[in-house]
Design a protein around this ligand. Structure first.
Ligand code: 4AD
Ligand code: MG
Length: 480
């Protein structure tokens, strides 16, 4: 006989059949009812033990957290709350869990704070909330690949170790094998990286974009989906030092095409989970409703989770230029009443998350694509507009999240790109290969980056980015 998963058993049409299942005991009550979970779905299956015919010592070992192998019959349930249950014939304890030890952990079946769960990230996926979040995360990444595959994109693996700073923001983790206590020095007393492993300075990638551009200029439509690293010291609920980014890059596509692609893509992945992850979404929606009850009215979610997701799928994203946005922000109430931390008074100001969220949540009340940003606040590779002061950049802002996507049309003109790099002191010798693209058949091309964890936050309704990635890396924290 083969072992079934709980998900299979709960959807099985056949009843009164012999089955086997393996999983972990969530609870064992009245010496009779085991709630067994194996992660295959949110629900646990009820297993009914006939304690009178069972060995006393074995019975004692059926404890919360224990791994068990159950053989029995799948029957229609007598009790409420489940359609089928297992009449246990035999039970084998695969791995014990000492109740005394379990009581110190989050396996203890009661409400725990998300902070406490985070301290035991290696166990938290055995809770309903985290198993639901992580199943959704898995489903979303499948949807990402599925979308690009259906639309003729090639999946490209950008390098993790690189010598370039794609964003030019300098927030990089150094990669080195030099001895920190005794590094080789140059004549002038600086660390001699020519003696380092790669013979030069290297770092963990902040973005696969520049390499993806080279591939788009050969394969046409490509995307990356991999880990990226930023040593920015921002301890917020939306920043990680290690996060996963999805970066499509397309040859012969301009900024308008880029916006269309991003919107279509976001709608696809969200509708995918609406269709395939109903059980987990319903659970998370109820969880949020519960959580909201203890919050003041103005901090509660404006709509239930699935309705919010449906809203994204069914409505057009509002496209607004940076200049229009600045006008709106300059004249809005929180700006005039100085309720913003950063007051907007001039064109050219960088937008903070409070401004982005005002635009999305209060003003437009729908996802917003902001485009044509001032060149000064954006990266070197973005295409300069004819006005000479704005670039073809776009950011997508989502309710509750703020910036979820950042992208642009790329500067394809060699002379303009060189001038921009010179202005920002980016050495041509570091990016000679990037400049080469502009020499051999240059063409209009565009792409964007989606922060995968921000998407998972949005789709699950989780409020902290640390709770949507298995092992979050943040300043002063790299446990597990
Ligand atoms: O806006 P960013 O910095 O853009 C780029 O890296 C471009 N190279 C993308 C491209 O055009 N191919 O980052 C893109 C997205 C952001 O919109 C945000 O969702 C996410 O990545 N992101 C982060 N997510 C979590 N933690 C961080 N520290 C993040 N920094 C950016
Ligand atoms: Mg950005």
């Amino acid at each position: 006989m083969t072992t079934s998963t709980v998900a299979q058993l709960l959807t099985q049409e056949l009843k009164h059949i012999d089955i086997e299942v393996k999983g972990w005991v969530r609870t064992f009550r009245a010496n009779r009812f085991i709630a067994l979970n194996d992660g295959s779905c949110l629900q646990s299956i009820q297993c009914v033990v006939d304690f009178e015919s069972m060995d006393e010592t074995l019975l004692k070992r059926i404890t919360t957290g224990a791994a068990v192998h159950i053989k029995g019959g799948l029957v229609e349930s007598q009790g409420k709350g489940q359609s089928v249950e297992i009449q246990v014939n035999s039970i084998e304890i695969l791995g014990d869990a000492d109740p005394e030890e379990v009581s110190k952990t989050i396996l203890q079946p009661k409400r725990h704070s998300l902070e406490f769960l985070r301290e035991q990230s290696h166990l938290r996926t055995r809770t309903n909330t985290f198993s639901a979040v992580m199943r959704l995360r898995s489903s979303l990444s499948f949807a990402v690949h599925s979308y690009f595959n259906k639309n003729g994109f090639y999946y490209m693996h950008a390098p993790i170790v690189t010598g370039s700073d794609a964003e030019g923001a300098g927030e990089m983790f150094r990669v080195t094998t030099l001895d920190p206590k005794n590094p080789p020095l140059t004549d002038s007393g600086e660390v001699d990286y020519s003696k380092d492993f790669f013979g030069k300075e290297t770092n963990l990638t902040v973005s696969g974009q520049l390499e993806a551009e080279t591939y788009a200029m050969a394969l046409g439509k490509v995307y990356t989906f991999g880990p990226t690293f930023r040593a920015e010291n921002s301890n917020t609920s939306r920043h990680l030092a290690e996060f996963w980014m999805i970066e499509p890059e397309v040859a012969f596509m301009d900024l308008a095409g880029n916006m269309d692609l991003a919107e279509d893509f976001m709608k696809y992945v969200i509708s995918y989970v609406l269709e395939h992850n109903k059980e987990d979404l319903t659970f998370l929606e109820q969880r949020l409703e519960q959580e909201d009850k203890s919050k003041p009215q103005n901090e509660r979610a404006p709509m239930p989770l699935t309705e919010k997701l449906r809203f994204i799928v069914d409505n057009n994203f509002k496209r607004v230029s940076y200049t229009e946005a600045i006008d709106i922000l300059r004249n809005c109430k929180p700006n005039k009443k100085k309720q913003f931390k950063y007051i907007i008074d001039e064109w050219g100001a960088d937008l903070q998350s409070e401004h982005e969220r005002f635009l999305v949540e209060k003003h437009f009340k729908c996802p917003v694509i902001l485009f044509d940003y001032p060149a000064k606040i954006k990266a070197f590779y973005m295409r300069l507009n004819e006005d000479g002061k704005t670039v073809r950049a776009m950011d997508i802002l989502f309710p509750g999240i703020g910036e979820i996507v950042g992208g642009s049309q790329r500067e394809e003109r060699l002379d303009v790109l060189k001038a921009k790099m010179a202005e920002l002191d980016i050495p041509e010798k570091d990016l000679w290969w990037y400049l080469d693209l502009r020499k051999y058949g240059t063409a209009v091309h565009s792409g964007f980056g989606l922060g995968f964890e921000r998407l998972v936050m949005f789709a699950t309704g989780m409020g902290n980015i640390r709770d949507v990635i298995p092992y979050p890396r943040t300043p002063l924290n790299a446990e597990f």
